[in-house]
Design a protein around this ligand. Structure first.
Ligand SMILES: [Zn+2]
Length: 240
């Protein structure tokens, strides 16, 4: 039994040693699985146990991760080719981007991903959201309210690491930037880039929408540095 319904789910998982050794995609996968169960009215302690059972069943020893990844590629990857894409992107990232690493080591100022004055922040980073069960989960990005169709801009030079659609994220894009940064864009009405494509700062990569688990048109924007989520507001310069 959970001692406290207000316990943060992700911290609970980390506390149980579940997330510590998983990569970002796997962590997200289980987190989403858990959130979906709770959203569907399963009691949180039951949902947690079910996810733990699933993790056990998935048997995530190092050897089995590749198999797990392949089994879930529809979630992680937008096409069969994407696996190759991810490998290429990773290789590209570790060689190509490394050259520039020394140069751009310090303080990259990312542009705001919407060039619109109408982008009010409707949910802040780290804001806690209460689920029907009473459990609190943490907001891993910011929600920027904007009209459907508003262009979403790459905040910095990047390559497209992943695009796809899930029931939670809706249409989404993940960009890989310099120095271990990735950024994520959820609930898009349109995806305008392809995996492995390189984009420049301010390239239009997609359009704001309300796909996936969303109650109205907005951009869910996440910034991750070396697997840790950051507050996008602290690294992005707002355009007027
Ligand atoms: Zn959000």
């Amino acid at each position: 039994m959970m001692k406290n319904t207000a316990v943060l789910i992700s911290e609970t998982l980390i506390g149980r040693g579940i997330y510590g050794d998983l990569n970002q995609e796997m962590t997200d996968h289980y987190h989403s699985l858990l959130e979906e169960k709770i959203d569907n009215g399963i009691a949180e302690d039951k949902a947690l146990e079910q996810v733990f059972d699933q993790i056990k069943a998935d048997d995530l020893t190092r050897m089995n991760r590749k198999i797990f990844f392949l089994n879930h590629k529809n979630v992680f990857l937008s096409s069969a080719l994407s696996l190759i894409g991810v490998i290429l992107v990773t290789l590209w990232g570790s060689t190509h981007l490394q050259e520039e690493k020394q140069v751009v080591q310090e303080e990259v100022k990312y542009n705001w991903p919407l060039a619109m004055a109408n982008g009010n922040i409707s949910a802040k980073y780290d804001q806690k959201r209460q689920l029907k069960s009473g459990a609190l989960i943490r907001h891993k990005g910011i929600d920027i309210a904007a009209n459907t169709g508003t262009p979403v801009l790459s905040p910095y030079d990047a390559i497209v690491l992943e695009t796809g659609n899930t029931s939670r994220r809706g249409n989404y894009i993940i960009l890989k930037h310099h120095n271990g940064y990735t950024t994520r864009y959820f609930h898009l009405s349109e995806i305008l880039v392809k995996i492995r494509e390189s984009v420049n700062q301010n390239t239009v990569i997609g359009r704001v929408g309300s796909t996936g688990k969303s109650s109205g048109p907005h951009l869910h924007y996440e910034v991750i540095k070396d697997r840790e989520h950051l507050d996008p507001e602290t690294i992005s310069v707002k355009l007027p």
